[in-house]
Write a protein that binds this ligand. Structure first.
Ligand SMILES: *[C@@H]1O[C@H](CO)[C@@H](O)[C@H](O)[C@H]1NC(C)=O
Length: 343
């Protein structure tokens, strides 16, 4: 692979710099590799599903049953401490290819207040990342570079992930190895109680289903749980905005009402998306930049017991900080013509 050449940091007309120079080899290798990876994941899931219907005595008994017995009864890593495999997250060649394809990077300089946290062995943090995007696949690639930017914190970060993902074979393993645990309150509290930090995409499926290519939208007004958790545990919250995440897929609004009802009632998100060249299984190679804000202190009067007013006030402070983070950085990153939609 050849080194990609970096273009200028912003275009004059404020349009996202989608066309920034990137080597054709990186694009091609990325496209092929990501498509193969997603195809394998879907293939394995279909093999589990169709195999256990068509041949319960073989696939069902000897593959599906042992897998779920082991993962869902014997291990249950996602409900405990996860199974973060740092070497995989940082070095697995597919993730490296994915990072090159997205030109994924953490914007430098990282705010000194965040770096100061990283220099303390016992520091904890809650990284609140927006937006979720059509498919938070960039998150898998992000974990590895977090280690470069914040080596001490990243060693102990767990990402909260929807329970359903842990039931999909292979997706489960990739999630666990890149630091995911179940997104329940009990599991989240456990991470903080054991001295770890948390990364969460508070917008979740609501934000996912609302993602529109070309629009920056965050679903945060009703998401106060992460603020309450941070207040209870007295852990600072760092707003993080990922430029590019909204544009990784072409999106459609078809049957939005029905799909929203599915999210609300069943917790199932069905994004209607197309990626590179219209192919659904590989994102478009939009440059993706992770921008850190400054930590917001989460202290309450009575330690561990935030009042509703305190939660409201801190939530408001967070949303304002997130909007400022977006506005202060959008022009330099080529998103000057966009406005952050907060709902
Ligand atoms: C990005 O936003 C933060 C928070 O508002 C600000 O402190 C920082 O200077 C911005 N970065 C750039 C490169 O403008």
């Amino acid at each position: 692979m050849t080194e990609s050449t970096t273009g200028t940091s912003a275009t004059s007309n404020g349009k996202p710099k989608l066309e920034e120079a990137q080597s054709t080899a990186d694009i091609l290798v990325g496209f092929v590799t990501m498509s193969i990876l997603f195809t394998i994941i879907i293939g394995v899931a279909l093999f589990f599903l169709i195999g256990s219907i068509q041949s319960p005595s073989k696939v069902g008994l000897f593959v599906v049953l042992p897998y779920y017995t082991y993962t869902m009864f014997l291990r249950r890593d996602e409900l405990k401490d996860g199974n973060h495999w740092h070497h995989f997250s940082q070095n697995f060649f597919v993730l490296n290819i994915f990072r090159r394809y997205l030109r994924l990077e953490i914007q430098k300089p990282i705010p000194p207040q965040v770096l100061a946290l990283d220099s303390q062995d016992k520091a904890q943090v809650l990284l609140a990342v927006f937006p979720h995007g059509s498919n938070s696949d960039y998150r898998v690639a992000m974990d590895g570079i977090l280690h470069e930017a914040l080596p001490i914190l990243a060693e102990k970060v767990r990402t909260l992930t929807a329970s359903s993902l842990f039931r999909v074979p292979l997706a489960r393993e990739i999630a666990l190895w890149t630091g995911c645990v179940d997104a329940s309150r009990k599991v989240a509290e456990r991470q903080f109680d054991q001295g770890r930090s948390i990364l969460v995409l508070p917008g979740g499926e609501q934000e996912q289903i609302r993602t529109q290519n070309g629009r920056e939208l965050v679903y945060v007004d009703k998401r106060k749980g992460f603020i309450k958790l941070a207040l209870r545990k007295n852990v600072p919250v760092v707003p993080v905005y990922v430029f590019g995440a909204s544009d990784l897929y072409h999106t459609s609004n078809a049957a939005f009402g029905l799909r929203l009802a599915l999210v609300k009632n069943l917790g199932v998100a069905i994004p209607l998306t197309a990626g590179k060249c219209g192919f659904p299984l590989c994102p478009v190679n939009v440059k993706t930049t992770i921008v850190f804000g400054t930590p917001i202190e989460m202290k309450c009067k009575e330690p561990g017991k935030p009042t509703d007013e305190e939660v409201q006030a801190k939530h408001k402070e967070f949303v304002m900080a997130l909007e400022k983070l977006f506005d202060d950085n959008k022009t330099a990153l080529g998103y000057g013509d966009r406005k952050l939609d907060i709902m």
